[in-house]
Design a protein around this ligand. Structure first.
Ligand code: CO8
Length: 260
């Protein structure tokens, strides 16, 4: 399958998706959104693929935001009537149940930062820069930035970044809990593939459940989250992979997973 705005390749059980509008610093227009929804839907149903990576083409940007040129002349009522940006949540984030990583190779600004934060975690190049500069355009984050950034780095930094539009470099982003790890720019994709390959080798249903549990921590109270965790844990206890994983440990061999 080919896409107008993405490159998609596989590395074993890892799907590597690259935003491919380098001339516009990979700005996110409607076509990118539709392509991402389709590419991740294909990843989701392909049993041979266990983990995905999203990165940006070119040396400069992961994504420099929602496409300003697409939004500039859009009547205000259309934003509301089309429920603009809602598909990012309903058709993209919520439908990707397998793990995926954002490998941020440069600017992740506005919608680009918001897209990176939709990933299960971020690995950043030492050249990455994160920001929510929408205020400078007279608007505000519209794809989750005010919510996910605040949960990731806390109110003080999120508020400062949204109100001033300043960028955070990779080192500060790691220190603040926005990114899991910073790697040398040249090694970004290799390092992300290595990490994704580790995840891809895990029992796949357990990987989905672990993702689901951690995400639940953002959405619920501690008490409800603890019950949710316990119930999912109890469901995993009934899987063939649980029996195999524990037998493999006792027999000192690698597990062979069925994904159920
Ligand atoms: N949208 C469209 N095109 C873009 C974008 C973008 N977000 N960012 C860069 N480009 C284009 C430039 O227009 C330029 O194209 P051209 O060569 O045709 O003029 C090309 O990419 C290269 O960009 P620059 O020449 O600007 O490159 P620099 O290295 O000088 O600067 C920057 C790099 C700092 C990243 C700069 O491009 C920049 O500031 N970009 C915009 C960043 C930004 O403001 N992002 C937020 C966008 S808004 C958003 O994401 C959510 C809005 C939600 C509100 C909705 C309610 C209305």
């Amino acid at each position: 399958m080919t896409y107008e705005t993405l490159l998609v390749e596989t590395r074993g059980a890892v799907t590597l998706v690259t935003l491919n509008r380098p001339q516009a610093l990979n700005a996110l227009n409607s076509c990118v959104l539709d392509d991402l929804i389709a590419a991740f839907a294909a990843f989701e149903v392909d049993a041979s693929q266990r983990c995905a990576i999203l990165t940006g083409s070119g040396d400069k940007a992961f994504a420099a935001g929602a496409d300003i040129k697409e939004m500039a002349d859009k009547p205000a009522a259309d934003f509301y009537l089309e429920d603009f940006f809602s598909k990012w949540t309903s058709d993209f984030v919520k439908k990707v149940r397998k793990p995926w990583i954002a490998a941020v190779n440069g600017f992740a600004l506005g919608g680009g930062c918001e897209l990176a934060m939709m990933a299960d975690f971020i690995i950043a190049s030492d050249k990455a820069k994160f920001g929510q500069p929408e205020i400078k355009l007279g608007v505000a984050p519209g794809m989750g930035g005010s919510q996910r950034l605040t949960r990731a780095v806390g109110k003080a930094k999120a508020m400062e970044m949204c109100l001033t539009g300043r960028m955070m470099d990779a080192e500060e982003a790691e220190r603040s809990g926005l990114v899991a790890r910073v790697v040398q720019h040249e090694n970004l994709v290799d390092e992300a593939v290595k990490t994704a390959t580790v995840i891809a080798a895990m029992p796949p249903m357990a990987a989905m459940v672990n993702k689901d549990m951690v995400n639940a921590a953002y959405e619920t109270t501690l008490d409800q989250g603890l019950i949710y965790e316990r119930r999912l844990f109890q469901i995993l206890a009934a899987t063939e992979d649980k029996a195999e994983g524990m037998a493999a440990f006792i027999e000192k061999r690698e597990g062979v997973w069925k994904g159920r």
